[in-house]
Design a protein around this ligand. Structure first.
Ligand SMILES: NC(=O)C1=CN([C@@H]2O[C@H](COP(=O)(O)OP(=O)(O)OC[C@H]3O[C@@H](n4cnc5c(N)ncnc54)[C@H](OP(=O)(O)O)[C@@H]3O)[C@@H](O)[C@H]2O)C=CC1
Ligand SMILES: O=C(O)CCC(=O)C(=O)O
Ligand SMILES: [Mn+2]
Length: 415
């Protein structure tokens, strides 16, 4: 057994991914890894959040910060209807954790040679560097009833001077939203994105809509340029890579016709939307790994890029076979344990995570896969697919477990 020497925080989640999460843990991790007392589990299922509120998520975030390593299963973010049903307004657990930890979310596709990309020109990976908080996903909302003037105001803590801006002389019955970002946070995001581009030795693009949001998005553009000129230019040039700002709409088109092979930095909301687009373009949402890294690089929280896959869970509840891809969630475990291993100089643990990742890719490349990937092989023409084309969720997980077992018994086997 491989001993884990430092603390790992595990956050349990919801629906289809919760079912898969448990299988990953018990079939792929625990047979080889001994956490001793080093695994702290937080139950972030919706049921538990209904009982304990969002505070339990904040507790998990604090524990992750202290441990330096967190692994999170996808969780339900209840919409308005669901909040009514449960009688409680609960926030997104991801949002709470990201707001607390801050930092950057890095997303990358798991490349399997036999899985064709939907966007055929993408021969190289596209990495997303997403600001983990603020922006459109962090809007403070307020519903207004009646008619009146709307203004923004800021009161200086020291001088007490109030700066005001009238948003609308007269508005009525609707909703308003306000968001903000501090310059230091953008600076840290710029540094994180640039470090990542240097590490990957790939060009970096930042895209925002700074022609419209001249101040908000403009600040991202200005800070990135400044950080690049003052801190990164020579390191980029030594590696033959570059940094460029491109307006987000034009960048979407440029990305689509590119060959891939770049890091794409975006604000929180833009990065969320484009992650699903890029993931699907590379074959499936189930093939994108994701982790949050704090600005000081001390803490990592891993996850899959996708959600709880509600559609598939409904089928599972009806007793129908499902074929849900576990790869991104398996990589959440491996990326987190690899970080733990690096922190503790635990080479055995790091090696184990490399083996698990290789086994996953080798299993898919041997032709065993879930329906999303089999569909990619068939140009997503679902009508022409039969059950013989793919494995069910549990058959696929068993196949990976079986392949992992042979590799762990014969560690020198070249997979
Ligand atoms: N990190 C997190 O915790 C996240 C949580 N969420 C939450 O998850 C819940 C469900 O959200 P939903 O909109 O369904 O988004 P999902 O990302 O869970 O799924 C959307 C669709 O993408 C496909 N898909 C996603 N992941 C996989 C996979 N691993 N294998 C195969 N296909 C996959 C499925 O398509 P098809 O049905 O065509 O097979 C699925 O219906 C919501 O409560 C949402 O708030 C959402 C995103 C992130
Ligand atoms: O927190 C949520 O509700 C969604 C998160 C999400 O979509 C993401 O992290 O990509
Ligand atoms: Mn998303």
């Amino acid at each position: 057994m491989i001993l884990v020497k430092g603390k790992v925080v595990e956050c349990v989640g919801d629906e289809m991914m919760a079912i898969i999460w448990e299988k990953i843990k018990y079939k792929l991790i625990l047979p080889y890894v001994d956490f001793g007392k080093n695994l702290e589990v937080f139950d972030l299922t919706l049921e538990n959040r209904v009982i304990y509120g969002d505070e339990i998520v904040l507790d998990a975030a604090k524990a992750i910060k202290e441990a330096g390593v967190g692994i999170k299963c996808a969780t339900i973010t209840p919409d308005e209807k669901k909040c009514e049903e449960i009688g409680k307004v609960l926030r997104s657990p991801n949002h709470i954790i990201r707001e607390y930890l801050g930092g950057i979310i890095l997303r990358e596709p798991v490349i399997c040679e036999n899985i064709p990309k939907i966007i055929k020109s993408w021969v190289n990976p596209i990495y997303i560097a997403r600001h983990a908080y603020a922006g459109n996903k962090d809007v403070h909302e307020m519903c207004i009833e009646g008619k009146g003037q709307l203004k923004l105001s800021f009161v200086d803590e020291i001088s007490g001077v109030q700066t005001e801006k009238i948003i609308a002389e007269e508005t009525k019955d609707g909703v308003i939203g306000a968001t903000f970002i501090e310059e230091y946070a953008i600076r840290a995001f710029a540094r994180g994105s640039m470090e990542f581009a240097v590490e990957k030795c790939l060009p970096l693009f930042l895209s925002t809509k700074s022609t419209i949001l001249k101040n908000y998005d403009g600040l991202y553009q200005r800070v990135f340029q400044e950080v690049y000129e003052n801190e990164f230019k020579s390191r980029f040039e030594e590696r033959g890579i570059f940094y460029n700002f491109i307006l987000i709409d034009a960048m979407v088109a440029k990305a689509m016709k590119s060959k891939g092979g770049f890091v794409w930095a975006m604000k929180n909301y833009d990065g969320d939307v484009q992650s699903d687009f890029v993931s699907q373009g590379f074959g499936s949402l189930g093939l994108t790994s994701s982790y949050l890294m704090t600005d000081d690089k001390k803490v990592i929280q891993t996850e899959a890029c996708h959600g709880t896959v509600k559609n598939h869970f409904k089928k599972y509840l009806r007793g129908e076979p499902t074929s849900t891809n576990p790869i991104a969630s398996i990589f959440a475990w491996t990326k987190a344990l690899a970080h733990r291993g690096q922190l503790d100089k635990n080479e055995e643990l790091v090696k184990f995570t490399e083996i698990v990742e290789k086994v996953c890719i080798a299993t898919i490349e041997s032709g065993c896969m879930t329906k999303d990937l089999a569909a990619a092989l068939k140009n997503n023409e679902f009508e022409s697919m039969t059950e013989n084309d793919y494995l069910t969720t549990f058959e696929f997980l068993d196949k990976i477990a079986q392949n992992l077992r042979s590799c762990m018994i014969l560690p020198k086997m070249n997979i």
